[in-house]
Design a protein around this ligand. Sequence first.
Ligand code: CA
Length: 228
Amino acid sequence: MNKSTILVIEDDRAIQNLIATTLEINDYAYQTASSYAEGIMKFTSHNPDVVILDLGLPDKDGIEVIKKVRTFSGVPIIVVSARTDNEDKINALDEGADDYLTKPFNTQELLARIRVALRHKSYNAEKDEQSSIFTNGNLKIDYANGCVYVDDEEIHLTAIEYKLLCLLSKNTGKVLTHNYIKKEIWLDDNGCDSQLSLRVFVTNLRKKLKSPDYIKTHIGIGYRMVKV
Ligand code: CA
């Protein structure tokens, strides 16, 4: 059997049970933990394929789990939080979480996010082997030569559009926050004026890619490249 193992770190019993039941019905193996300490312990003993993480834990903030895990693993982490404040999600993403769900969520949505995370994981493993060419639907990026093709036709991007596309494509499946993107693309904060110009670059990039589908907007948070 080759089941994926999901680690659920959540102290609210009702939600933990709901997630566990959903995973069980859908044929995933899972482990549960109710605190930071138990979560880290179970992580090291079970080496999960995906982590579902509540940010409000009794012993430490869930953010600490992300920080700790990221020191030794790139496993996909989906944050599940009651907090509606975007700030918390942005912090979690900036610390290395891949995705987020806001409570209350429906179980179909949770399963969809898990599938994306697992695809992202195998996709990254595959990508490591031949990392100089990226393909996604009709989009092809030749990183070594700095060329981008749509429907086998080369398209011309500005330097910033190309950097943005590379950043998004190298993180396919992961939500990148506005701050993270700005930090990666413009060397300092004075270089370009914020969210508005980033939005303009994304709009232009979508036009050149001939499809809005590659880059998904997360309002108030950031952008993500999705596998089409
Ligand atoms: Ca909690």
